[in-house]
Ligand binder design. Structure first.
Ligand SMILES: [Zn+2]
Length: 353
């Protein structure tokens, strides 16, 4: 034993350093693995500036620009070259447009009524393989997107703010991370596998339930979604039927929602620029449209850019007569298990020429 000690003692210090070094590297790598794109950061409410994961910061002037951009001339003037050719070649078309898809539950297990996580991943793959790429709603409205020839833009939207859309959990290292069983995880995994698949889409939340469940994390989730590149939309305070409720409830339903968003996201609530009508019910009253079109939040003009319905057809391009005639009410296609299979065969879907 003594001979053994003498024989190997000269190696013990380097061996110890090597071992300790390896342990440190393993620990660092592990931490890195756990935090890679998953860990949800801390947010400080109103102190957080609106921004996209790409590092692009959107400020108040951008909001003005977005408002302006629904004016056709300033819109065309600001088009990126790929979007410009897209716009110019398609604006004369009478039929068709860009599909806006709407998902509700994305369940871990398929239960016949809803989309399962597996269905959802399949949908993303089928659309991707057929040249479809998701763009943001505000990117669509301002033509601020870059797609290659023959690629087809589409817009993902998710209604109601169910927990199966976005769930978080504490991992072994006690970091808050995205749960494996939710739509956001499927989207992040797909984005990692396909870098030209951007994380874009709109989550329309109503406050009749806790947005995405998990009361403790509402603010973090909303801010994290915006960091990733998603948008948040108004789906009313109580998931209200805006066509049938009286005017005073109508006003409250929209305004209280915005106040709640302000308390969760601070300054970022100014980025809530669209509203999805619950049940697809479009109000008819002139007074209600007056309120919507002249909406101001905290004495700040904050009219909504667009409204989402559930009319099953592709969305015409902003600035076209068809778009303007529709009062900025955009059609959306509700997704069932087989929707995307028929979508890829349709010939009224716009592609970049
Ligand atoms: Zn809904």
């Amino acid at each position: 034993m003594i001979a053994f000690k003498q024989k190997y003692s000269k190696y013990s210090l380097p061996a110890f350093i090597l071992l300790a070094g390896s342990l440190v590297i393993i620990i660092i790598l592990n931490l890195d693995i756990f935090s890679y794109n998953h860990s949800i950061p801390e947010y400080r409410g109103a102190a957080v500036l609106p921004g996209y994961a790409s590092g692009k910061n959107l400020g108040l002037s951008d909001i003005d620009f977005l408002l302006d951009s629904l004016n056709r001339d300033s819109c065309v003037a600001n088009l990126k070259s790929s979007a410009l050719s897209f716009y110019q070649s398609l604006e004369q078309k009478k039929q068709g447009g860009v599909p806006i898809l709407v998902y509700h539950h994305v369940c871990p297990e398929h239960d016949n009524r809803d989309i399962s996580l597996k269905d959802f991943a399949d949908h993303l793959q089928i659309l991707y393989d057929n040249g479809f790429r998701p763009i943001g709603l505000q990117e669509f409205l301002t033509f601020d997107f870059n797609l290659k020839k023959d690629q087809k833009p589409y817009i993902l939207t998710f209604d109601d703010g169910w927990q199966d859309q976005f769930r978080v959990v504490h991992n072994q290292s006690d970091n808050l991370v995205v749960h494996d069983d939710c739509a956001i995880k499927v989207l992040q995994d797909f984005n990692r596998k396909h870098p030209d698949f951007n994380l874009r889409g709109v989550f329309y939340i109503s406050l009749d339930k806790i947005p995405f469940g998990q009361k403790k994390y509402v603010s973090k989730k909303l801010n994290y979604l915006m960091d990733l590149g998603f948008e948040i939309g108004n789906h009313t305070l109580g998931h209200d039927n805006l066509a049938s409720i009286p005017l005073d409830e109508f006003d409250r339903s929209i305004d209280e929602f915005m106040k709640n968003m302000e308390s969760e996201m601070g300054f970022r609530s100014l980025m809530v620029k669209s509203l999805a009508f619950p049940y697809g019910s479009i109000p008819k009253d002139e007074a209600k449209w007056d309120y919507l079109n002249n909406y101001s939040f905290n004495n700040d003009s904050h009219s909504f850019l667009v409204f989402m319905s559930c009319i099953r057809k592709p969305c015409p391009l902003p600035g076209t007569l068809e778009f303007e005639n529709a009062n900025h009410i955009l059609p959306r296609i509700p997704v069932s298990k087989n929707t995307v299979y028929s979508l890829i065969k349709r010939d009224d879907i716009y592609a970049v020429p």
